[in-house]
Design a binder for this molecule. Structure first.
Ligand SMILES: Cc1cc2nc3c(=O)[nH]c(=O)nc-3n(C[C@H](O)[C@H](O)[C@H](O)COP(=O)(O)OP(=O)(O)OC[C@H]3O[C@@H](n4cnc5c(N)ncnc54)[C@H](O)[C@@H]3O)c2cc1C
Length: 596
């Protein structure tokens, strides 16, 4: 049976660290309590274990096929979709009147994480459908909501996000897909989109593509981009299916991982007859899309964290059961070999994984709670902090999740490299996460070039206030004091680095200050996750130190050790990175093409 998550860790994070049970103070969530939350999580876990995990490897081996007319996926994918939908997991956050459960984002993320761990490929379909439905729900007209949302909520329609084109990826302002206004208020869409996940499949009756396109005659750049509902089949007002729209599958792409999700090249309007319906106002397409991207990016971060988590648990299990070698001091060849978990180097690799994946999960759950406080409780500060942290929440788990999977392979040795064991697939699946939803490099530019300075830098002030509260609490615990002191020094370095880079940006040295933005993203990510590790350690002491249960004491000891590992080992690079950043080191920027 697949190891999806450490249940005790999830419960600790939800209730002891992020106090999910107090969310019912928010009127929208007042009907919920810990019992209802646990009930939904248990349902999600059962469906993930029974209907998603069992075909994870099969879907990887038998990727979707296109015979020139239609796409076929293995039947287990449709079966998993059916159970997911029947459990109400497709739109759990929506209002009761829309058929939802008014579930907090925090609990929804806990559920989504289980599916990402079980089978990220199949989990891609509901993830994309929810994201597309959320955009229509937030910005669509009443008629659009009535027409498209019921099908997207009841699972007969799926959704996609169609941004990327063959020649336009990161630089969306350059996209060329056209939207030609028609007399009846609709548009004809014309152009090609590439890498569109779930762009065709045999799971649902219809697919609702959200397409970014440029209205003919409109301004160039981002201001000319609008967003269109472009269904595979037209939908009558009563929700029934009409004729086929002019959206053609040009082909499937064959990927390294996430092979269970179709990746498509789609042609819109080859017959000049592709109907699209404008969402909101012309020219605001990217802003609508990006408003919803905050949550989609938490979803990508969560994917990175949970695929990393799955690999960690698999490698931990293997290490506990694989006898090999003896301690360096034991020269007796006739003695029993130890299990590899006894070797310090294997412990190092497991500790690194534990610190990355549990830290990443904490980060994603923290961000999800900010969504709740912002959207459901109207706390603007939480929204500002979420804006600042979104690039970090997307990027840290996406970068360190695959690193964890890389270490998981190493723990298994040769077994890690062969397909009979799940960790090589985890690595291949997870390697997508630093690429899609804004690459690592693009996220770093967004953080250093934009997010830090929004709202006059208030996001950073809010973050620092939270960090300082944690440090003050942790300082009261003798065993945490040395870690707090180490962290505080590094925090001063981060603050100084941020101020120096801010001054350079203000005085016009923009290219120079942004040249090493990826280092800054890494530095900030490590400091944010370091903070969460101290928060976890402090909460673990508060929760478990008086417990007489051996399980609690073991859990506490593990959290403290992983916190120590992260602060003492992983934050070691902070000063070096800060030096490269503040000196505007030009080793990379001054490299010439022909020197390579
Ligand atoms: C499996 C998969 C699924 C996907 N699903 C979807 C989907 O459902 N919908 C959708 O619309 N798209 C999807 N994408 C596309 C994805 O979002 C893009 O691949 C991504 O945005 C990068 O674009 P690109 O591939 O064109 O790379 P490019 O933009 O060409 O980037 C290549 C490299 O150059 C760097 N780079 C580019 N510009 C800059 C810059 N200004 N400064 C510094 N570095 C830069 C990037 O960081 C990257 O390392 C998917 C991609 C994959 C692989």
């Amino acid at each position: 049976m697949a190891h999806l998550i450490n249940d005790k860790d999830l419960s600790f994070l939800l209730y002891d660290v992020f106090e999910a049970h107090k969310l019912n103070d928010i009127p929208r969530y007042q009907d919920h309590d810990r019992t209802t939350f646990d009930g939904v999580i248990q349902t999600a876990k059962r469906i993930a274990a029974d209907y998603f995990a069992p075909h994870n490897s099969k879907a990887d081996e038998h990727e979707p096929k296109f015979d020139g007319t239609s796409v076929s996926t293995i039947p287990e994918v449709k079966e998993a979709w059916k159970h997911f939908v029947e459990a109400g997991l497709l739109n759990p956050r929506h209002s009761y009147e829309d058929g939802g459960m008014q579930l907090p984002a925090l609990i929804h993320s806990a559920c989504s994480g289980l599916f990402a761990s079980a089978n990220p490929g199949t989990a891609g379909y509901p993830f994309l459908t929810s994201a597309a439905a959320n955009v229509i729900h937030a910005f669509g007209s009443a008629e659009q909501k009535e027409t498209f949302l019921p099908g997207m909520f009841n699972g007969s329609f799926s959704g996609t996000m169609a941004l990327t084109e063959p020649d336009v990826g990161s630089s969306l302002g350059d996209l060329t897909t056209k939207a030609i206004p028609q007399e009846d208020g609709t548009y004809k869409i014309k152009g090609q989109k590439m890498y569109i996940s779930g762009g065709d499949q045999d799971i649902t009756d219809n697919i609702i593509h959200l397409v970014l396109a440029r209205v003919e005659g409109g301004p160039s750049g981002v201001k000319g981009i609008s967003l269109f509902i472009t269904p595979k089949f037209l939908v009558n007002q009563d929700g029934s299916l009409g004729s086929r729209n002019d959206v053609q599958l040009a082909g499937l792409l064959h990927k390294m991982g996430y092979r269970g999700t179709t990746s498509t090249v789609l042609s819109f309007g080859e017959q000049d007859n592709c109907a699209g319906y404008l969402i909101g106002e012309e020219g605001k397409g990217l802003s609508y899309m990006f408003k919803m991207m905050n949550e989609a990016r938490i979803g990508v971060g969560l994917g990175g964290a949970m695929i990393g988590y799955r690999g960690y648990l698999e490698s931990l299990d293997y290490a506990k059961n694989r006898p090999q070698g003896r301690k360096p001091t034991n020269k007796d060849q006739n003695s029993k070999p130890v299990n590899i978990i006894e070797h310090t180097d294997v412990k190092r690799m497991l500790l690194a994984q534990k610190s990355y994946v549990e830290g990443s999960l904490a980060l994603c759950l923290f961000a999800s709670k900010l969504v709740d406080l912002d959207e459901a409780a109207g706390d603007q500060d939480s929204g500002i902090l979420l804006d600042l942290l979104t690039p970090v929440v997307k990027s840290f788990p996406s970068y360190y999740g695959p690193k964890a999977n890389d270490l998981a392979i190493q723990v298994l040795g040769g077994a890690g490299y062969i397909r009979e064991y799940p960790v090589e697939q985890c690595y291949r699946d997870n390697r997508l996460n630093p690429i899609h939803e804004g690459t690592h490099g693009i996220q770093s530019l967004d953080l250093l070039g934009r997010k830090l300075w929004m709202h006059n830098g208030k996001g950073l002030q809010l973050l620092m206030a939270k960090v300082n509260t944690t440090l003050a609490n942790a300082k009261e615990i003798a065993s945490l004091q040395p870690l707090v002191e180490t962290y505080q020094k590094k925090l001063a370095t981060l603050t100084q680095t941020t101020m120096t880079l801010g001054q350079h940006l203000q005085t016009g040295k923009v290219d120079e200050a942004l040249a090493n933005s990826a280092l800054y993203l890494d530095l900030m990510g490590k400091m944010v996750v370091g903070w969460l590790w101290i928060e976890m350690a402090q909460k673990a002491v508060a929760t478990f130190s008086d417990s007489e249960s051996e399980e609690d004491q073991t859990f506490l000891a593990g959290k403290l050790q992983a916190c120590k590992y992260f602060i003492d080992w992983e934050l070691g690079e902070v000063e070096h990175q800060a030096k490269l950043l503040t000196s505007l080191d030009d080793t990379c920027s001054s490299m010439k093409q022909d020197w390579f």
